[in-house]
Design a protein around this ligand. Structure first.
Ligand SMILES: Nc1ncnc2c1ncn2[C@@H]1O[C@H](COP(=O)(O)OP(=O)(O)OP(=O)(O)O)[C@@H](O)[C@H]1O
Length: 513
């Protein structure tokens, strides 16, 4: 299928507006500009009632901007939104929620000091004569949370990232949402969590609820979506009303406007390479590891269920989680205690990309250039002075190779799309030129095209002798990018997989077993 035929299909879909009553939501000629820049340019969409409609596009294509407008978080520069055939004008988030439109973002809006049950029912607490009916609230919430693994009575502040995300999704679903927008909802969810979410969506869809679903994962889109629309550079570039008939390759082509060459690392054995990193007897929160050696230039994947030790070991190596005991040695040296904080790790040539860019990723109010240079400046400064020319060339290199979408490297990071912020984080970590690079979910939120570029960059870096750890729940990423996968269970490496055994189904089975 070519980009052109797809464009044609999209146009047909739009002209076939029907009576209007078939559509839960219509977007008509919506534009959004920031100064002279158009984030959206005259976009029109028709979303069928009771369907799951995928909204696709590369990083920065305009997806978040569009759903921000639909949900009342942002105001369009021009255009109109129709809900059940009626125009909604100047609506804010509250008005849109009252009208049944809910946006579930990647960053859950949870109130920490109240219980999970109270959060779940936020805004719809059952009341009688002005008093909240706590008994009814608890009973309703317990029913809703059944099977989710979330204790209704637990203080929400104590929930982990996955539970918070689930709670947020459940809240939208149970608040009488007629149109529920899920912006990359599956990031950080395990395979069983994801299955549960999709079952839930199908159930609600049968009851007539409409979903808009943003995802960069082809397998998810093919599994759950009925129709898709694709944005490219702020304009509607195509779509399909019959996702079931598409292959993964066709979907990628639809998004990128060109065929996609998937990256695959040429795996080899490292037995004859010198040991670059030696970990011994590491005991930390959720970690109890006897030993692990990583060779020069080797890429090792860490995977497992949450709390199994993969992420926790990575954090302990970088000094983010305190280790009770254990040593790390480089290139056969005697080894020293694990670093106590990130600066100490950094000084020993360890770099780390966090999966939480909000907390320890980029500095939003600084420019792309400043962010990329930030971690490596100390190392490059001479007599305390940073050479501006050096900073500029370092940054230009990463700006270009990461394909960051912005007018130039001086753009403020807060104005970038989520995926582009993630690329800035990665550029910043790579610029430190470490000897051990730890990447926690490096391509989460990154579009399918750039994902291949990122995997290529990591591959290239390993060929310069850097040892790499990739912590990932994305089995596709592990299959394409690493030489060895360590599957964690109870804080230790339960199994190490190499060669052709690094295959999607095998990894899924091992991680869940
Ligand atoms: N406040 C702002 N000022 C200037 N430009 C902005 C602002 N907000 C968004 N943009 C720009 O609008 C464009 C669309 O961004 P948007 O976040 O909608 O993309 P996206 O498709 O959701 O991307 P991603 O997949 O990376 O999340 C981007 O180029 C972004 O830099």
């Amino acid at each position: 299928m070519t980009g052109q035929t797809m464009k044609h299909e999209a146009t047909d879909a739009i002209t076939d507006v029907g009576s209007g009553t078939d559509f839960a939501l219509r977007v008509e000629n919506v534009s959004k500009s920031y100064g002279a820049f158009y984030a959206l340019r005259s976009v029109s969409l028709n979303i069928r009632r009771g369907s799951i409609h995928g909204l696709l596009g590369e990083n920065g294509a305009g997806k978040s901007t569009l759903v921000g407008i639909i949900s009342g978080q942002r105001t369009p520069s021009s255009g109109a939104i129709y809900l059940d055939g009626k125009e909604v004008a100047n609506a804010d988030v509250r008005a849109m929620e009252e009208a049944g439109v809910f946006l579930v973002t990647q960053e859950p809006m949870i109130i920490d000091h109240i219980s999970a049950a109270e959060n779940l029912m936020l805004g719809i607490w059952p009341s009688s004569g002005g008093f909240v009916r706590w008994g009814r609230l608890k009973a309703d919430a317990a029913r809703m949370l059944k099977g989710s693994g979330i204790d209704p009575d637990v203080n929400a502040g104590r929930l982990n990232a996955v539970a918070r995300r689930k709670l947020n999704i459940l809240r939208a679903m149970f608040s009488g949402g007629k149109v529920i927008i899920l912006d990359e909802p599956t990031a950080a969810l395990t395979v069983p969590d994801r299955r549960q979410l999709f079952d839930f969506m199908r159930q609600l869809k049968n009851d007539g609820v409409t979903f808009i679903f943003i995802s960069h994962y082809n397998d998810e889109i093919l599994e759950i979506c009925d129709a898709v629309s694709v944005l490219r550079d702020g304009s509607l570039a195509g779509g399909s009303e019959d996702v079931a008939s598409l292959t993964s390759e066709q979907l990628s082509e639809l998004v990128l406007g060109r065929g996609l060459v998937l990256f695959q690392r040429e795996r080899r054995t490292f037995a004859s390479e010198p040991v670059a990193v030696s970990l011994r007897n590491v005991v930390a929160h959720h970690v109890d590891l006897d030993e692990l050696d990583i060779r020069r230039g080797e890429i090792v994947g860490f995977t497992g269920l949450p709390g199994a030790g993969a992420k926790e070991l990575a954090r302990a190596i970088f000094g983010l989680n305190a280790a009770r005991s254990g040593t790390i040695g480089f290139a056969g040296d005697a080894g020293q205690s694990l670093p106590r904080h990130p600066q100490a790790a950094f000084d020993r040539g360890i770099a780390y990309l966090s999966d939480d860019r909000r907390k320890d990723g980029v500095v939003g109010h600084l420019s792309i250039a400043e962010n990329i240079a930030l971690s490596s400046l100390g190392r490059r400064a001479s007599f305390g002075f940073v050479q501006r020319g050096q900073e500029a060339s370092l940054c230009d290199g990463y700006f270009a190779s990461m394909g960051i979408r912005a007018p130039n490297a001086e753009a403020v990071v807060n104005t970038l799309s989520g995926g582009n912020q993630q690329k800035v984080c990665l550029g910043r970590v790579l610029a430190t030129e470490p000897r051990l690079l730890i990447l926690d979910e490096p391509t989460r939120g990154i579009d399918v095209g750039v994902k291949q570029d990122v995997l290529r960059i990591i591959d290239g870096l390993s060929k310069t002798g850097v040892s790499v750890i990739i912590v990932s729940t994305d089995t596709d990423e592990l299959v394409r990018a690493v030489d060895r996968v360590c599957v964690f269970r109870h804080g230790a490496i339960h199994e190490a997989v190499t060669g052709d055994d690094i295959a999607t189904e095998n990894l899924r089975r091992l991680a869940q077993a």
